[in-house]
Design a binder for this molecule. Structure first.
Ligand SMILES: [Zn+2]
Length: 89
């Protein structure tokens, strides 16, 4: 039965909890270097995961979890863009 299969798990870069992938939202850096919220989970590029609540984006800003995942600094403008995309989604 398909439902018995173990779901893939990912770690939220905000709170550090390991959860099923479907409970998380994917942040992706596209090959063009643009940070965006990947609502399909299928966009090309390097990804990091956050819980589907605004709090973990805030936490990831404070603990630099996203920067660690992407190995680069993320500008406040990019963070604000991600926050808006998350709120809109
Ligand atoms: Zn989280």
């Amino acid at each position: 039965m398909a439902g018995m299969r173990k779901q893939p798990q990912r770690t939220c870069v905000g709170c550090g909890e390991c959860k099923e992938k479907r409970e998380l939202i994917r942040i992706v850096r596209t090959p063009e270097g643009v940070f965006t919220v990947d609502f399909t989970g299928k966009a090309n590029g390097r990804g990091a995961y956050l819980c589907r609540n605004g709090g973990c984006l805030e936490a990831a800003m404070k603990n630099h979890g996203l920067e660690r995942s992407f190995h680069q600094a993320i500008s406040p403008e990019d963070m604000e863009k991600l926050r808006k995309e998350l709120e809109a989604g």
